[in-house]
Design a protein around this ligand. Structure first.
Ligand SMILES: *Cc1c(COP(=O)(O)O)cnc(C)c1O
Length: 408
């Protein structure tokens, strides 16, 4: 691909104008929006307004006058529009890990005659750890199977099938409708983790009949480091949904200050404590960037970017020991491309030193995320060119690139 051919792709890109809405440093090609989304230019101003006007001037009154108390639901409904959830089924609160705990505990209670949480051995560790933690306190058994063994493993003992829609390591995407149907046909509940889906591609939770879902605010939703997460509970389950973190914000009447817990009638019962207002403000600004575009368009561009990256890698970087990871068909993947390399960690550090920021997942995976709102086709070409240079010159083989940092 010549520079001109790639420039033509950017010139024809209907999302090209979105890039300038993000504050990206010069000289950086950011291929890690799947781990920490970039900063929208609107965010600092919005957060500053919330801090100075709503907090500084409004003080405690802002819980009512600025609508702080409704933020978990208001931002939840906005995220709902991105993941195919009608209003009133999504709240923003806590972290994905905590929301998994709430959702799993509630699901076990909704299937009292069953005790198995079925998941995938390669699932993101926190998802598996949360089940293990729950199993320490309740009659719950975690059953882990390989990816191609999931459907046959769903049986009359399965209370809930818990899967991450897009695999964090390989990028492989489950068929949400088919797996949900299989789980429900066996009488189980379906819990989806949308960490690598929300804001990256169209998701249709209601359309697929999903029961429960969780997801992150700081990845493709651009909510900032440690942004609160979201939790979806299908409306038909609200009455039966009882979660164990029964804090006052999930109470039917928090300001009645009664002594007995009584859950709020709708999705608000999924809340626990006081909302993180400043973090919610930042997340809302990030989510608004996605609501301004068509998710089908986002997916089209994501496929264009990942296809180009795969093609250029195959053409330019053959013979350097890179092994593609995950399905060959980009349609069966999320918005990322992963390749294994025996020196993957060092090669990624060398790339980062040259301004191409991806990340590394043990044991040997170099992971590249493609956030369609702020990446250009030219970035993809440049990233591959720099990677090829690093592999050709063995620039990764320097002591500082082999030293492991705490966060990889
Ligand atoms: C990123 C990620 C998480 C993170 O959970 P936190 O509680 O926000 O740390 C959970 N699950 C999956 C699948 C992820 O990719």
């Amino acid at each position: 691909m010549t520079r001109d051919e790639v420039a033509a792709l950017d010139a024809a890109d209907p999302l090209a104008g979105r890039r300038e809405r993000f504050d990206l440093p010069d000289g950086v090609i950011y291929l890690d929006g799947n781990s920490l989304g970039a900063l929208p230019r609107a965010t600092p101003g919005h957060v500053e307004r919330v801090v100075r006007a709503e907090w500084g001037k409004g003080l405690i009154r802002s819980w009512n006058t600025a609508g702080w108390i409704d933020l978990p639901q208001r931002v939840g409904d906005k995220i709902g529009r991105l993941v195919g959830a009608a209003p009133g089924q999504v709240v923003v609160a806590d972290s994905t890990s905590v929301n998994l705990f709430k959702a799993l505990a509630a699901a076990m209670r909704m299937r009292p005659e069953r005790r198995v949480v079925l998941s995938e051995r390669g699932n993101f560790p926190t998802d598996l750890y949360i089940v293990q933690g729950l199993a320490d306190f309740a009659d719950v058994e975690l059953r882990m199977v390989e990816r191609d063994g999931i459907l046959p493993a769903i049986d009359g003992h399965t209370a809930v099938v818990m899967l991450t829609h897009v695999d964090y390591r390989a990028g492989a995407m489950h068929d949400m409708a088919a797996v949900t149907r299989a789980a429900q046909d066996a009488g189980a509940l379906m819990l989806w983790d949308l960490a690598h889906s929300a804001g990256a591609l169209p998701v249709d939770l209601d359309g697929c009949g999903a029961d429960l879902a969780v997801g992150c605010g700081y990845k493709y939703l651009n909510g900032g480091p440690g942004a609160p997460a979201f939790l979806y509970v299908a409306a038909r389950h609200h009455a039966a949904f009882r979660q164990p973190l029964t804090g006052w914000m999930g109470h039917a009447a928090p300001f009645a200050f009664g002594t007995a817990y009584e859950p709020a009638p709708g999705i608000r019962r999924a809340l626990c404590g006081t909302p993180a207002v400043l973090a919610l403000a930042a997340l809302e600004a990030g989510v608004d960037e996605l609501l301004a575009v068509d998710m089908a368009e986002v997916r089209r561009k994501s496929l264009g970017l990942t296809r180009l990256f795969r093609d250029l890698l195959a053409r330019e970087c053959a013979g350097f020991g890179l092994t593609p990871v995950g399905p060959e068909d980009p349609e069966r993947c999320g918005s990322q491309v992963s390749v294994a390399h025996p020196q993957g960690y060092a090669a990624m550090q060398a790339l980062i030193a040259r301004g191409v920021i991806g990340d590394f997942r043990a044991p040997d995976i170099m992971r590249f995320g493609f956030a369609p709102l702020y990446l250009r086709y030219a970035d993809v070409r440049d990233a591959v060119r720099i990677l090829k240079d690093i592999l050709t010159t063995r620039a990764w083989d320097r002591p500082e690139f082999h030293r492991r940092a705490a966060v990889t």
